[in-house]
Design a protein around this ligand. Structure first.
Ligand code: G6P
Ligand code: ZN
Length: 543
């Protein structure tokens, strides 16, 4: 087989972000773009000669062709083995699991997560390290450096491989092992959860609906929920991965999964509803007449996890990102568990999970997971919920009510101001930063500030420090505002304002969220001058 060395030049802007390199699909399809980046990954990890890799993606447009290119490049680099999902499909958590289970030298996931896909939409490539987690900054920096000095890449000349059936085939000296993308993951889920008890719940008439949003979780959810757990055919909807995700955003939130929310709020609501995103790592949980906020979901799962066999021995600790509500902190305090507060981004949980300090982790941005893999995991969250409901016999709404009665309720909402002028957004935060020290003792919208600071994180495992991770205002009585700029936006700046209020007053546990938070919301504008600085009178998105 002919190996070719192709001369190339560095291409600007190949700096991996929070979750790999994400660009418009035509950018990735331009000459040398994908190849330069993949060769830079290989160069940054000391080459792939003799190594093994996992490869797969979320099925978006260009997923299949990109996978063929990467296989040819891995073969040219002398990789010993590439384990690739059938039809080049693998969800992010399934890829993480395969890397760990097979002890590979890492893996490449083709995805732009919840961003839309298609010829004019988004594409992405991310590298995960041998622990199964997203490459930490030290590795992504090396990849970026390699993109700036690249002069050539290597690729073998070969036809596309048939990836449509499991089995082994050779590409040059590289074994290409095509695996069923679902099998190993489904086995892992069966080792963590009591499938018999969930099967009995469903057989007893408990109804559920899972929206795969035309993305990668379709085959996983069909196998697990319908085939293994006996949910009637059709319980999983939008189950066939489409290159353009049916034209929508595969983002499980009340805007993009509106039909599912309408169903859960309507007269024909199933007992349980859920959705996942493009690559299968995010989740949304709903019950009859109720949407569970991600922060509450984390707290409920932490409080009840020991009901599932995989967690019956107890949790080692829990972790949440700083802007996530502090509902889980109360669970941890009651159970005597360590609770870690990390910056936004799943990669910050990796060290805590590797070191055995935390078992469950979660973020307000619809991510929940545990130490079973090193990514957040949408279907895992669904199964843990189902296992808990099957054990308690409670509905989703009853579960939340019982939780709030026991721990109090952290009312929570996030306001996003999208595509704000970057300089104006930065100026607003800069002005606020300068006033943080003077805020304690002052009142805004009738709320008295107790403490204000800028969050920074000292990683307790490797001692690294991350500064500038969000401005926090704490009020007397337990309310909190957090301001930060998104690290995943693509147009201008996205200002995120996280608003929280705590109560354990039994008479105030079931009020409308925006009503409870009305003066915290007013205080957020008064303190930071959002309208004046950004020119916006209302957020674009409320979660
Ligand atoms: C991705 C990351 C998450 C993060 C989320 C929001 O999904 O994997 O860890 O919480 O983006 O990040 P942002 O910086 O946009 O608030
Ligand atoms: Zn995702």
């Amino acid at each position: 087989m002919q190996k070719i060395t192709v001369e190339t030049k560095p291409i600007e802007g190949q700096k991996p972000g929070t979750s790999g390199l994400r660009k418009k699909t035509p950018v990735f399809m331009a000459p040398h773009y994908l190849e330069n980046f993949v060769q830079s990954i290989f160069n940054a990890i000391g080459g792939v000669a003799g190594k093994s890799l996992v490869l797969g993606g979320d099925g978006r447009y260009f997923n299949d062709r990109a996978a063929q290119v990467i296989l040819r490049m891995a073969a040219a680099g002398g990789a010993a083995r590439v384990i690739v999902g059938q039809n080049a499909l693998l969800s992010t958590p399934a890829a993480s699991h395969l890397i760990r289970k097979r002890g590979t030298d890492g893996g490449i996931v083709l995805s732009a997560s919840h961003n839309p896909g298609g010829p004019d939409e988004d594409f992405g490539v991310k590298f995960n390290t041998p622990n199964g987690g997203p490459a930490p900054e030290e590795v992504t920096n090396r990849i970026f450096e390699a993109t700036k000095t690249i002069t050539s890449y290597e690729i073998v000349e070969a036809q596309d491989l048939d990836l449509s059936a499991p089995g082994e085939t050779m590409l040059g000296g590289t074994v290409v092992e095509i695996v069923d993308p679902v099998a190993d993951y489904a086995e892992l889920m069966q080792s963590l959860f009591d499938f018999d008890v969930i099967r009995r719940l469903i057989a007893g008439g408990f109804t559920l609906r899972f929206d795969a949003m035309h993305a990668v979780t379709g085959p996983y959810a069909r196998t697990i929920l319908e085939d293994l757990l006996g949910a009637p055919a059709g319980s999983v909807i939008n189950a066939v991965p489409q290159p353009d995700f049916g034209g929508g955003h595969p983002d499980p939130n009340p805007i993009w999964a509106r039909p599912l929310v309408d169903l859960a709020m309507g007269p024909d609501a199933p007992d349980f509803a859920a959705a996942s995103d493009g690559d299968g790592d995010r989740n949304m949980i709903l019950g009859r007449g109720i949407v569970v906020t991600p922060s509450d979901s984390l707290a409920v799962l932490a409080a009840n996890a020991t009901r599932a066999p995989g967690y019956a021995a107890g949790l080692k600790g829990v972790a949440r990102s700083m802007p996530t509500s502090r509902a889980v902190d109360r669970v941890a305090a009651a159970a005597g568990l360590d609770c870690y507060e990390t910056p936004t981004g799943w990669k910050f949980f990796g060290n805590l999970l590797d070191a055995g300090r935390a078992t469950l982790c979660g973020e307000e941005s619809a991510g929940t997971g545990s130490d079973h893999v090193r990514e957040k995991d949408g279907l895992w969250a669904v199964l843990l919920w189902l296992n808990i409901l099957a054990e308690t016999g409670l509905s989703v709404a009853e579960t939340l009510r019982a939780h709030w009665a026991a721990h109090g309720r952290n009312y929570y909402t996030r306001h996003d101001y999208e595509a704000v002028d970057k300089d104006r957004a930065k100026a607003m935060l800069e002005a606020l930063r300068g006033r943080l020290d003077s805020l304690a003792g002052q009142s805004f919208a009738g709320r008295k500030v107790e403490m204000a600071d800028e969050f920074s994180y000292d990683d307790p495992v490797d001692g690294s420090k991350s500064t500038g991770q969000g401005l926090r205002i704490h009020f007397e009585g337990g309310a909190r505002i957090v301001y930060r700029l998104s690290g995943t936006g693509t147009v201008g700046a996205t200002l995120r304002v996280y608003l929280e209020e705590y109560t354990d007053d039994p008479a105030r546990l079931e009020l409308p969220v925006e009503e409870v938070l009305a003066d915290v919301i007013a205080a957020a504008d008064e303190i930071a001058g959002i309208r004046d600085h950004t020119g916006r009178t209302a957020p674009d998105v409320r979660t």
